[in-house]
Write a protein that binds this ligand. Structure first.
Ligand code: DX5
Ligand code: ZN
Length: 216
């Protein structure tokens, strides 16, 4: 079953409660992008916003860390209410396995993320450990970018390796430039969690956009 995870980066921060209620009603997961201005050239939001969303959220919070030293902050994001936490392989390299264990020891699902220029094989040694994998289909840092078509093969390759390892229950999430127009091919490639920012919140009808992706 495909899950739709609206990225709150594209929400209306002046009326955040309204957008939280929209996700509560029609979507499956809250995707929260944390950017530090160092790992990526942009700064998004931090703990106060995550805690505020957690108060009103009736769907799980998925925190996507685009930060250096994710190990310093995973505990606070878990306390803030995250049920899924992912961090970038490029930010952690050989520390990745330990950070996955750290996240899981907090009772949170641990995900590894890779940018479009990181070979998928780099994370294969981590696939026996992770609870989910996030494939970036744009370079992390900004909403509203165009989907990189080569991402489909990358989803396929990770899905195939997870299946080969007998980890059919571990979902592949995709993030960046996803919308009703490309959801069908993305789902066909094996993605089960679709993150969507602009295509949901900039749409005249977010509910319809979500339903169109879910049923693509
Ligand atoms: C980008 C973020 C995404 C972003 C997606 O670095 O990780 O979650 O909000 O936005 P869209 O769907 O507009 O590409
Ligand atoms: Zn994201």
């Amino acid at each position: 079953m495909v899950k739709i995870a609206p990225s709150m980066l594209s929400a209306d921060f002046l009326h955040l409660e309204k957008d939280v209620e929209m996700v509560n009603e029609y979507a499956d997961i809250f995707h929260l992008d944390i950017m530090d201005g160092t790992f990526v050239p942009n700064i998004s939001f931090g703990f106060p916003v995550v805690e505020a969303i957690a108060k009103a959220a009736r769907k799980p919070l998925d925190v996507h860390l685009m930060i250096v030293h994710p190990e310093k902050y995973v505990e606070r994001f878990a306390k803030a209410g995250a049920q899924y936490i992912s961090f970038h392989y490029e930010a952690a390299l050989e520390e990745s396995e330990a950070i996955i264990g750290q996240i899981q020891s907090l009772g949170v699902k641990a995900g590894i993320v890779i940018n479009p220029d990181c070979p998928v094989e780099a994370i294969f040694p981590l696939l026996p450990k992770v609870d989910f994998v996030l494939i970036m289909s744009v370079f992390a840092g900004f909403g509203g970018q165009k989907f990189i078509p080569e991402s489909l093969d990358r989803v396929w390759a990770v899905r195939a390796e997870l299946d080969r390892l007998g980890r059919k229950d571990v979902p592949v999430e995709i993030d960046g430039g996803v919308g009703p127009g490309n959801a069908a091919e993305i789902i066909r490639a094996g993605a089960e969690i679709l993150v969507a920012g602009s295509s949901v919140f900039k749409s005249a009808n977010p509910k319809e956009a979500i339903e169109a992706m879910r049923n693509a």
